[in-house]
Design a protein around this ligand. Sequence first.
Ligand code: BES
Ligand code: MN
Ligand code: ZN
Length: 494
Amino acid sequence: MLNGLDIKAGAVATASYNNIDGLCLFLCKECLAGLPKLGLPEQIQAAIGAYAKRHGDMFAIGTISELVIPQGESLLTVVIAGCGEGSECKPVAFRKAAGEAARALGKAKVTQAVAAAPILTNPKRGAYLEAIVEGLYLGAYSFDEFKSEAKKPTACVVTLCSAILEAEALVAKATVSAEAVCFTRDLVNRPGNVVNPKVMAEEARKLAATLPLEVEVLDEVQMAERKMGAILAVGQGSVNPPRLITLKYHGAEDAPYVAYVGKGITFDSGGISIKPDDGMGEMKDDMSGAGAVLGAMKAIASLGLKCNVLGILACAENMPGGKAQRPGDIVRAANGKTIEVISTDAEGRMVLADAVDYACKLGAKKVIDIATLTGAVIIALGKETSGIVANDDELVEQIKKAGKFAGENFWQLPSLPECKEAIKSDVADLLNSAGRPGGCITGGLFIGEFVGKDIPWAHLDIGGTSTATKSSGHKVKGGTGFGTLTLIKLAEAL
Ligand code: BES
Ligand code: MN
Ligand code: ZN
């Protein structure tokens, strides 16, 4: 049971539409012709046909049409989720539609449902099945840990009917992935007084206690021994000291390690370069990158994927305490480079500087960092697309492909050598901020300065995508868990 739902795989050939109070259908415009393949009771099939004749717009992605059909003494709620038309009929559309469908089933207080789709009568459509399961669970998510009287969702058992042979395994896999995204969302949605760097370390330790993961936590003393002056500088203004957390997953004999490195600022006040108070509370989500890495490591280890991954969480609280770093300070990172601190609010790149260097020192042969690094990425790409800055186009293609499977959008920004001029300092090696022009690019390039020579690297800026201002599709208002699913699908492809 996850978010009030329990999804099971069923066979469409033996599907029974008796003793249910909900029927959930996923239809694109062309799929409608395949409806008879589901073997629905005649009365229901006729009702849907009649409805569709009048509502040509019912197939728009995520549109919900609800028919309530009397069944003897009781009622059957039929939820039809639009999955687009023509080339739109892709797993991404089904994931979104399923998110909307889950909330409709919840509102209708359905307890026993059958979910079906003509497309799932094709045994080769496993990706659609996975997307539906992920979408249902993710759309049903709600965060009410801090509500004294949380409204309990109506528990609903959903039998998802298909002709896919490995349906049971795919449902199990999609469930693990959805659980991981919800785990990330919970971490992001919890406030800064609850989630601090120590708590992030405890969460990592909890995972390692039950899953095939090795955990290492560096405290501020151990970081000082390793000369990690950049992450220490960010953390020194808070009473909650920083932590550098590493989870190691060994799932393949001798494949090279890939490192996932997440920005884990558990609260970003801006430090001495303090942020305006308007919306500052949203900066509890500034550990979304670390959250995505932690969620992905949980799923990768649960699924026992055949790959080798290091998950590194660069955790600190950025506060303006009496020991805080100041604008103008010059600090030395673990790789020996010096940084002139222009803005203490450009802290993410500083914690990541030491973390990506650590990943390389641990032997990572590829590095992907993920961070709510800039507000500039929102200006450049909006709230639906994450930015990529990278030194390796092949790695970018792999990430974009994994993103497509996950229903998460990425867009690569140019990283011209000329742009690196902007982060050169007169008095140190690097500036931590080059101001507003190309802010997303210069932020990424700064991190790239700490990646080992010839190591393929990509930086994912999730500043816009880590939270949603309203629920839509499989996204629910608040932390989205963006990146978790892409990192899981990427590990599957490694
Ligand atoms: N965590 C913020 C970026 C952010 C802001 C993400 C708003 C999502 C919404 C980051 O630490 C930050 O403050 N970045 C600065 C960088 C600047 C000082 C170079 C920014 O974007 O203004
Ligand atoms: Mn900041
Ligand atoms: Zn930040």
